[in-house]
Ligand binder design. Structure first.
Ligand code: HEM
Length: 437
């Protein structure tokens, strides 16, 4: 990989993608999900993951053993576009460390989402999910209608600290404190202290797209390498994805949304899939129904997104409000776990669904069987009280030291699919490598 200077690096992370993908985008009132993955090719795509040879071996939907709620690449079959997942992890860790090293002697930060616009303290209130029609939503954190303390960190995607005015993917990470449950992996327990034995923290992470831009972890590391090298490498990457995964270029363009007025206006999709109790699904963290929309200023300043959150906290309802919604997987191919770039839509009426349930008791009511709808399970509120100091050095330092990772999870919310599997070790490496306050 070619050596790059910090200045080039700052300019090219996501910036190159932004320039290459930029099209004048109309200002929209709400995030649209309709235009992702609508082409017939998306529905008929057989090579959902990886190279052709690999897919022939893993033509899982033709083997007759495909079921809902399961990762389908068995151990030993985990090759993506010719690389094993371990090889992908190694490259991803190298790229993450390269991004952190190339900061010209300044602090080594998160290799993605380095700039936190706001780190806020709040509560998560679980909705009333009683009633048999909501049974599938009562799992893990959402099992009982109660309130938890949370931390939330809004961020921009680049591994560099740059002006908010630079178009960039945006992120939102939530840490639900002191959840009861067994950790999905004892090696991935959040270092932040808990209230005592039997408690742990559960993280939810999203970026501002209902789907992840790349089909799999291999394409994502190619994208990361292209953002680090810029120039021709990015052009080559974009040419490849146009051929190979036509959705990616489109999703990337929308990810780098040039019209963000507020980080509290966006919808942050989980990208990958997660266990949801006995089922599987995706979640998103979105602006609360009724949130006031903000318009991007004509001359956005360096920290205009932090300013906006500050104004929001100090006016109107004096809070930042986001809601957590989940979507349950209804079909193993049309709602794939291993391809994070497919939008899970309603299942067409002529597609059979019942046969995919290994456990028929998990079949939902007729009315829900084909539904791609997200359903609200919790509301997250960050009130002014407790957050007046969110721009202080002490608060910033506290949050720089925090570690958000989807593998900080109870078994009920286990991360699924190749992108989540790869994230497990890459996030840990990035956390260990970065400077702690
Ligand atoms: C293979 C795919 C991915 C890789 C290699 C990757 C890598 C990383 C790394 C290295 C970090 C910094 C971790 C740290 O130092 O604490 C990070 C942060 C983050 N990632 Fe990812 N990521 C991937 C996919 C995703 C997906 C699917 C999402 C959600 C849709 C996501 C959302 C975030 C967010 C929100 C943060 C910031 C967390 C914080 O505020 O501390 N990433 N990612």
């Amino acid at each position: 990989m070619k050596v790059i200077t910090p200045i080039t690096l700052g300019a090219v992370i996501f910036g190159a993608a932004s320039a290459a993908l930029a099209k004048p985008a109309p200002q929209t009132d709400s995030p649209s999900t309709k235009d992702y993955g609508d082409s017939p090719e998306d529905l008929n795509e057989v090579n959902i993951i990886g190279d052709r040879a690999n897919n022939r071996r893993n033509a899982w939907w033709n083997r007759g053993d495909v079921a809902l709620f399961e990762e389908y690449l068995a151990t030993g079959e985990r090759r993506i576009d010719g690389l094993t997942e371990q090889e992908i992890v190694r490259t991803a860790v190298e790229l993450a460390e390269q991004a952190q090293r190339d900061t010209n002697g300044t602090a080594r930060r998160r290799s993605f989402h380095a700039k936190g616009q706001a780190c806020l303290k709040g509560t998560l209130q679980v909705e009333d999910l009683s009633g048999s029609d909501k049974a599938e939503l009562r799992f893990g954190v959402f099992s009982t209608m109660r309130s938890y303390d949370v931390w939330g960190r809004f961020s921009s995607g680049s591994g560099q600290i740059q002006s908010d005015a630079v178009n960039d993917p945006r992120g939102f990470a939530v840490k639900v404190m002191n959840v009861q449950g067994s950790p999905v992996d004892p090696d991935f327990v959040d270092p932040l202290p808990t209230d005592g034995e039997g408690f742990m923290h559960q993280d939810f992470l999203g970026t501002n797209s209902p789907v992840f831009p790349t089909r799999n972890a291999k394409t994502f590391i190619d994208f990361h390498a292209a953002t680090l090298e810029g120039g021709l490498t990015m052009v080559k990457f974009l040419a490849n994805v146009k051929k190979d995964g036509p959705r990616t270029a489109d999703i990337l363009r929308k990810w780098i949304d040039p019209n963000v007025g507020s980080l509290a206006d966006l919808t942050y999709g989980s990208g990958g899939a997660f266990q949801m109790g006995e089922r599987a699904g995706k979640y998103w963290l979105k602006a609360c129904d009724g949130n006031r929309k903000a318009v991007k200023p004509d001359n956005p300043g360096e920290d205009y997104l932090t300013e906006e959150l500050s104004t929001r906290l100090n006016s109107g309802s004096r809070e930042v409000c986001m809601q957590l919604e989940v979507q349950i997987q209804r079909h193993p191919k049309l709602h794939p776990i291993e391809d994070a770039s497919v939008l899970w839509k309603d299942i067409p009426a002529n597609v059979e669904v019942d046969r995919f349930y290994r456990n028929p008791e998990l079949r939902p009511a007729e009315s829900k069987k084909r539904s791609g709808a997200f359903v609200k399970v919790a509301t997250i509120r960050f009130p002014l009280e407790g957050n007046q100091d969110f721009r202080s050095d002490a608060r910033r330092a506290q949050c720089e030291g925090m570690f958000f990772n989807t593998w900080h999870s109870t078994a009920a919310h286990r991360p699924l699919g190749n992108i989540n599997r790869v994230r497990r070790d890459v996030y840990k490496a990035s956390f260990l490598y970065r400077d702690k306050p």
